[in-house]
Design a protein around this ligand. Structure first.
Ligand SMILES: Cc1ncc(COP(=O)(O)O)c(C=O)c1O
Length: 437
């Protein structure tokens, strides 16, 4: 008979990196016992499995082989150069929203013409850089930005590829903070609006601006494929009208946002399902489909490892405090994101009932997991949180002046440190002119 915790492990197995298993009663990744990695590199520690990054990338690419498709990685999900390099190696393009992400992409080996630039408030220096490097496209978010890009293109006398980001009326079912469609969104030019008409007029009068595509990103954690079909339908209509009007449109981007399951109860939206719904819509149009998933490519490849500092048994339940939290993973505090947890040693022990896994930061909202079925846990034990590869470290802060964690990448039985742990000196280095000391 299986024990209850074997059930916990098998229930969450689909959320774990491909190379994860239990060996000698300890969770291991690519042959490395997680407790040894924690000893060697300290905690909190993030560990990425290269094999999983590659298999997710291939899963997306293979899903879209039926049509001409450009697959970009939304680097906001994970801006670690060592991870981005693996995705470049898998033949993906790149989506960035800042000069910092652009620089990380270049260091990872992406060519400028593989990169497009998003953002609702790009700076002039970011736009100048994008123009100078000759990026695949600048995705124009608003009319003021269009004017600035037109002026900068004129100053440099360069042709600039642009895309039009529209906001569609389509409302996705997701957390309001993950919603980017609907007319109250801060992103994009409202579709079918006077602003959209003004955009088209201005681009028509700017010979240096080449409008090569239209884009809409609907939001994140979207599990319903039907709204991608609605969005693609609207974008195809818009692109066809623009093409007929003489614009050199060749790309339709439906953004990213495919849901991944963070817990065994969570819903996901597999790339194959997205492809099945989009391919028939795009196939006859002659336009190239562009997609830019983030979390779907990297969330499952990364795990977070924390050391338990204390256990409190209160009438409100068991509270397990760990040495990380909202500093390295702000998602639960930002939008109530759910996670699950495993004890690293003897994960097959029976559950002692639900626990709250609390972070170390001075905020009551700093809770990583609520109601996690966990076996008995003591101070000093290690906890592994699956599905930690996306929007953790790229959103990390050093709140409470706690240094950001180190990151390891495991590959074919080798482990490499790809981000060193920050130090307190790193955090204080930007405090200048403390002359009264
Ligand atoms: C424009 C755009 N594209 C792609 C993404 C990636 O979303 P996800 O990681 O949910 O796939 C985002 C996420 O915020 C986005 O804003």
């Amino acid at each position: 008979m299986q024990t209850q915790t074997t059930d916990i492990y098998s229930r969450v197995r689909a959320l774990l990196p491909d190379a994860m298993s239990v060996a000698g009663d300890v969770l291991t990744l690519d042959g490395f016992a997680l407790d040894s990695l924690a000893e060697r590199y300290g905690t909190p520690l993030y560990v990425y499995d290269e094999q999983t990054i590659r298999s997710e990338a291939r899963g997306v690419r293979n899903a879209f082989t039926g049509i001409d498709a450009r697959v970009s990685f939304a680097s906001k999900a994970c801006d670690i150069v060592g991870v981005m390099r693996v995705l470049r190696d898998e033949g993906l393009d790149l989506d960035v929203v800042s000069a910092g992400e652009l620089e990380a992409g270049l260091r990872a080996g992406f060519q400028p013409e593989q990169i497009h630039l998003h953002g609702n408030c790009k700076t002039d220096s970011e736009l100048e850089l994008a123009i100078r490097l000759g990026l695949h496209a600048i995705v124009i978010d608003n009319l003021d930005e269009l004017d600035r890009v037109a002026a900068l293109a004129g100053q440099s006398d360069r042709i600039v590829n642009i895309m039009l980001r529209v906001t569609l009326a389509v409302e996705s079912t997701t957390h309001p903070h993950l919603q980017t469609s609907g007319y109250s969104s801060k992103f994009g030019i409202p579709h079918d609006s006077p602003e959209e008409a003004a955009f088209i007029r201005k681009v028509a009068g700017s010979p240096l601006l080449h409008l090569i595509g239209v884009h809409a990103h609907l939001g994140s954690q979207i599990a319903d494929p039907a709204i991608y079909a609605d969005a693609a339908g609207e974008l195809v209509d818009l692109a066809s009208r623009l093409f007929a009007g003489g614009f050199p449109i060749n790309e339709i981007s439906v953004g990213g946002g495919w849901a991944v399951a963070y817990t065994s109860e969570g819903n996901d939206l597999p790339p194959r399902t997205v492809a099945e719904i989009l391919q028939p819509l795009l196939r006859e149009t002659g336009f190239r489909l562009a997609v830019e998933p983030g979390r779907a490519l990297v969330a499952r490849s990364g795990i977070a490892l924390y050391r338990v500092g204390s256990i409190k048994r209160s009438p409100g339940g068991r509270i397990v405090s760990v040495d990380g939290g909202m500093g390295d993973n702000p998602r639960p505090a930002l939008y109530d994101a759910s996670y699950t947890a495993l004890r690293v040693r003897s994960p097959a022990d029976p559950s002692e009932g639900p626990a709250t896994i609390a972070g170390r930061y001075c905020e009551s909202g700093d809770v990583l997991v609520r109601g996690a079925p966990l076996p008995e846990v003591h101070a000093g034990d290690l906890i592994c949180i699956p599905m930690s590869g996306a929007y953790h470290l790229s959103m990390a802060s050093h709140y409470n002046l706690v240094p950001e964690p180190a990151v390891i990448l495991t590959r074919g039985g080798q482990e490499r440190l790809i981000v060193r742990r920050a130090t307190i000196d790193d955090l204080l280095a930007r405090n200048v002119n403390d002359i009264d000391r």
